[in-house]
Design a protein around this ligand. Structure first.
Ligand code: ARG
Length: 462
């Protein structure tokens, strides 16, 4: 077992089970790069402020560089009996440098160190997630562009309601994703303050320069209060919240895709590379990817609950409960990336069955509102037009007809305002083409939505 750095006060070794229970290296080991990055900035500052000698500062930095490259190359393996990544790296440094290594932790605590490491780590993750969300949004824009005329039923209560186009439908998701980008960006901005120098909780008597480390590490500024610096995990909650909502969007989309590739809908077909078979039923082609995304959304919501519940009763400042933050936020981050990475090519390669979409839109009296609007445009008040159209629909159902096949005499029996051009007015293509209100499904409106979305994406290209 690794020697404890805090062994001085203790007369016994820590129980093995307790040690394993306490240790976090199995999950915080992934932050080694960020831990080293933070330590380098700290060592540099200690040297420049004259708290340790310039020479010691330089040896520490090159020692840390060596450790970094040895972990990267696999030459140095992490000791899984170490308490955490911070202890492991410091112990390794001391093993390599002797007494000089022991100077690194001057005017620092693991409390500000871990708070720093998570921020540095998540900052990188946020930008990776955002890149993927931008890519998905672009994919949707490109696909929508191809489907501005692909008519499909729009639903409310999962009942056919009014005709839209696939392009219009896809752009709804694109807009959700643009809001997700805003939330991720916002979480990143608020996260970008540096806790280093808060030390254990009460700052330090050394003349450190917190602005210097904050700046070296690319933060906006040092955190203003040292107690807050070590106690704050709001940034984990905020990021997890943004991820939960992003997952919720992917999950709703997944649910639709699951329906769309059922035999009942047959609106799309997934590429073979993104579907799976059954071990017993030879005919099956299952949308497992989308179901997993739907399932993982529940898991990520669980991560959010873990974080909120872990924090809600904690007094200031650091409490060991906070070690539980990492598995939850890492799980959320890992899973949303996995989901995006599979979802994007799956969407990109799925085949659209435009005929089936149109056929589904042609049933179910989806143009009834347009029939009522026809009467309104000829001077009838909407409520009366609504009633007459309702009666027309009832008559069609009775006779096994549709509004398109109902003879003109039947129309005129209920209102003299109807003439031959009603059939043109209720054609699905007309219904869609004429819905050119801003944000609507008309091809020209959808083109505008694509343009708006692409402009919004501009802000995220570097
Ligand atoms: N492994 C700990 C964590 O993840 C690091 C901070 C430990 N600090 C302490 N005072 N025990 O939270």
């Amino acid at each position: 077992m690794a020697d404890k750095m805090w062994a001085g006060r203790f007369s016994k070794e820590v129980d093995e089970t307790v040690n394993a229970f306490n240790s976090s290296i199995s999950f915080d080991g992934r932050m080694y790069r960020h831990d080293i990055q933070g330590s380098m900035a700290h060592a540099e500052m200690l040297g420049e402020c004259g708290i340790i000698s310039k020479e010691d500062s330089r040896s520490i930095i090159s020692g840390l560089e060596g450790i970094l490259s040895d972990i990267d190359s696999g030459k140095l393996e992490m000791d899984m009996t170490a308490e955490d990544i911070h202890m492991f790296i410091e112990a390794e440094l001391t093993k390599r440098l002797g007494d000089v290594g022991k100077r690194l932790h001057t005017s620092r605590s693991r409390n500000d160190q871990v708070a720093l490491d998570i921020r540095l780590y998540l900052r990188d993750e946020i930008s990776e997630i955002m890149t993927l969300v931008v890519k998905l949004t672009e994919t949707l824009c490109n696909m929508a562009l191809k489907h501005t005329e692909t008519i499909m039923p729009g639903y409310t209560h999962l009942q056919r309601a009014q005709p839209v186009t696939l392009g219009h439908h896809l752009m709804a998701y694109a807009q959700m994703l643009v809001r997700d980008l805003g939330r991720l960006e916002d979480a990143g901005k608020r996260m970008n303050f540096c806790p280093l120098g808060s030390c254990a909780l009460a700052g330090t008597t050394y003349k450190i320069d917190r602005n210097m480390t904050a700046e070296k590490l690319g933060f906006e500024a040092p955190m203003a209060n040292s107690l807050d610096g070590v106690s704050d995990r709001d940034f984990c909650v905020e990021l997890c919240c943004a991820i939960s909502l992003l997952m919720t969007h992917l999950s709703r989309f997944s649910e639709e895709i699951i329906m769309w590739c059922s035999w009942e809908f047959k609106f799309i077909e997934l590429d073979d590379a993104y579907a799976t078979g059954s071990s017993i039923m030879p005919q099956k082609k299952n949308p497992d990817v989308t179901e997993l995304i739907r399932g993982k959304t529940g898991r990520v919501n669980g991560d959010l609950m873990t974080l909120l519940s872990m924090l809600k009763g904690l007094p200031l400042a650091y409490n060991k409960d906070m070690q539980e933050d990492k598995e939850a936020i890492f799980d959320a981050v890992d899973n949303v990336k996995l989901c995006l990475k599979t979802f994007i090519p799956m969407i990109d390669t799925m085949k659209v069955n435009a005929e089936n979409m149109r056929a589904a839109a042609a049933g179910g009296f989806i143009n009834a509102t347009d029939c009522a609007d026809y009467l309104v445009k000829h001077g009838m008040p909407f409520r009366d037009a609504y009633k007459i159209t309702g009666r027309l629909v009832a008559e069609c159902i009775d006779k096994g007809l549709t509004l398109e096949t109902l003879p003109l005499e039947s129309y005129r029996e209920l209102s003299e305002l109807f003439s031959e051009d009603v059939y043109e007015a209720i054609r699905l293509e007309t219904c869609v083409r004429e819905r050119k209100s801003e944000g609507g499904p008309a091809p020209e409106s959808v083109l505008k939505q694509i343009e708006i979305t692409r402009n919004q994406l501009e802000a995220y290209y570097e």
